[in-house]
Design a protein around this ligand. Structure first.
Ligand SMILES: [Fe+2]
Length: 354
């Protein structure tokens, strides 16, 4: 299977992974054939990419980092919490702790390099998907940095609830498709303090989780908000969530902008290492990020083009690539697989929108 933008799919392409709605019902089953009407409907749902099965992607399977069911279940639970009107004043951490324990267990069992959470999602459920992704990225980073079990639990609770203060911000501003005015931006920034207040009123919330809500927009060089804290003045857990938050936001489609490709996000965030982001934490996180998920089209420095076939866990950005087009631009009649971890002269130069 391979991942294709809905703008590039062809009528008659077959869906390789089912597409779920937020309430877990199947919008489109595996094997469904795309028709102009279905393509249109998916776009209405805010879906921008699908996995398809076709000849060139035969035998390519996208490994799951965390079981889809766990992700769906977690999203639903978070939706339940967020939909509860009382959340504008308080919430109960005990329920969230259960979710976090499950996630930690799943991550510790996973043998994947990472982290291909870009599972097909609609724009509407951004808030819930974002909470789960930020929690998973933060926990992966926390585990890499050697945090203890209790520290991981606190980090996970704070990561899931980092944006909880947004429930007090007007939807009109949060969902505005154009850029915000200065006043509106000021309003959005208040979600940090609102989150801190809500979690302060709540049962079973560790103080670290409150600090994450308050400080996850602070930046190492003091350019963040709400207090312009610098470096180690920002709690380590908030520095972890800051990285997970930005990474997920930039690799996701939003109403007001298209997502960036992972490799461009990695370059961008590395350029801010030590300025916005903690160097050591960023390094730990990127050890688990592959720029080119399985099924992605890539161009090699030799001019050859192909699809990422398999990860190499010790070298996430040097995967095995299935070559489809040779360096002269000729389609190969039989593809071959090239393991970049054994070919020091080869590297991936860019993404190929096949
Ligand atoms: Fe935030």
């Amino acid at each position: 299977m391979r991942k294709v933008s809905l703008d590039n799919v062809k009528v008659g392409n077959r869906i390789a992974l089912p597409i779920f709605s937020l309430n877990n019902s199947v919008l489109l089953a595996r094997g469904s054939e795309l028709t102009p009407e279905i393509i249109n409907n998916l776009k209405q749902y805010g879906i921008t990419e699908v996995y398809i099965d076709d000849g060139v992607s035969e035998n390519i399977s996208v490994p799951e980092f965390i079981k889809k069911e766990i992700i769906h279940e977690t999203k639903n639970q978070i939706k339940k919490i967020m939909d509860n009107l009382s959340i504008k004043t308080s919430t109960d951490g005990e329920f969230i702790l259960e979710i976090v324990k499950n996630l930690i267990e799943e991550i510790l069992q996973s043998h994947q390099v990472i982290v291909n959470l870009s599972d097909i999602r609609s724009i509407d459920d951004y808030m819930f998907t974002h909470s789960v992704n930020v929690a998973v990225f933060s926990l992966v980073t926390g585990i890499t940095l050697g945090l203890e079990q209790d520290e991981l639990k606190n980090l996970g609770i704070g990561a899931i609830l980092h944006d909880v203060g947004k429930v007090r911000i007007n939807d009109r501003i949060l969902k505005k498709p154009t850029s915000l005015t200065v006043e509106e931006y000021e309003e959005v920034r208040k979600h940090t303090v609102f989150g801190y207040e809500i979690l302060g009123n709540s049962e079973n919330i560790p103080s670290v989780a409150r600090e994450i809500a308050l400080y996850h927009h602070e930046r190492m060089d003091g350019s963040g908000y709400p207090y312009k804290l610098k470096g180690k003045e920002i709690p380590a857990e908030a520095r972890i969530v800051a990285i997970a938050d930005v990474f997920d936001a930039l690799t996701t489609d939003r109403i007001y902008r298209k997502k960036m490709h992972i490799s461009h996000v990695v370059d961008y965030m590395l350029s801010l290492s030590g300025k916005h982001f903690d160097k050591k934490i960023l390094e730990a996180f990127f050890r688990h990020v592959t720029n080119y998920p399985v099924g992605t089209g890539v161009v090699l420095n030799t001019g050859e083009k192909g699809l990422v076939f398999k990860y190499n866990s010790y070298s996430p950005n040097r995967p095995v690539v299935r070559i489809l087009i040779d360096s002269n631009g000729q389609k190969l009649s039989r593809y071959r697989e090239l393991d970049l971890s054994h070919k020091p002269d080869y590297f991936i130069e860019d993404v190929w929108n096949i």
